[in-house]
Write a protein that binds this ligand. Structure first.
Ligand SMILES: N[C@@H](CCC(=O)N[C@@H](CS)C(=O)NCC(=O)O)C(=O)O
Length: 212
């Protein structure tokens, strides 16, 4: 089979989720750099791959795809290696629910509302939007409780097997955990903290630490 090609940057939580899926499956892949936050935006050539100008985009031979959830599910189904989606319909629904929660709530609240406002902006000399940070801090426990309630006994988000839900949430949590507020917020969610310790120690997570 041809080697798949990923387009994006290592700072992107979504690019990282795809890289984690590829690595957990043991699939060799290429990463072509595309910086969506460069002045002037992404190059026009990227808009051919992704009309919304976001990352990642993915190609496997003549098959082109964008949207992280579609890419990671394709990676799981098209390549050999350990299955990353439960066979049982209810467990798979739970996994998809977790991925939806990550996209709709964790990403805007924990990454953009807390990490960006409390850690990233101050470290690059930009002013924090205090109202946005306060609103996100108020909503954060809802995110953390929702994930904790759904994960059950663990050790992974959907039970005994690592799934795409773990790989989708982990890059977002990595940014969140860098914010000062994370220590206090996570103290109320020991099961999630245990999950974080396990997922962040995986070789694929260590090999994809953002450099930019
Ligand atoms: N729904 C998209 C979201 C991708 C996304 O938002 N990527 C971010 C980087 S993590 C991006 O490209 N942001 C550029 C922008 O917002 O203009 C997916 O699942 O792939």
């Amino acid at each position: 089979m041809q080697k798949p090609q990923l387009f994006g940057a290592d700072y992107s939580v979504y690019v990282r989720a795809v890289r984690l899926a590829l690595m957990e499956k043991g699939v060799d892949y290429g990463l072509t750099p595309v910086d969506v936050f460069a002045p002037g935006g992404p190059p026009s050539s990227h808009l051919v791959r992704h009309p919304f100008g976001r990352i990642p985009a993915f190609e496997h031979g003549d098959f082109a795809l964008y949207e992280t959830g579609a890419i990671t599910r394709y990676v799981d189904e098209a390549f050999a290696g350990p299955a990353l989606q439960p066979k049982d319909a209810r467990r798979r629904a739970r996994m998809n629910q977790m991925i939806g929660i990550a996209d709709s709530y964790v990403y805007p609240i924990l990454v953009w509302g807390i990490y960006v406002e409390q850690a990233s902006k101050p470290s690059s000399g930009r002013e924090t939007d205090a109202a946005k940070l306060a609103a996100s801090l108020a909503k954060a426990p809802v995110c953390l409780k929702a994930v904790t309630d759904l994960m059950g006994d663990g050790p992974w988000l959907c039970g005994n097997e690592l799934t795409l839900a773990d790989l989708h949430l982990a890059p977002m949590m990595d940014y969140f955990m860098k914010a000062l507020a994370a220590v206090e917020l996570m103290a109320d969610f020991p099961a999630l903290m245990e999950w974080w310790e396990q997922i962040s120690a995986r070789p694929a997570m260590r090999a994809t630490i953002p450099t930019s």
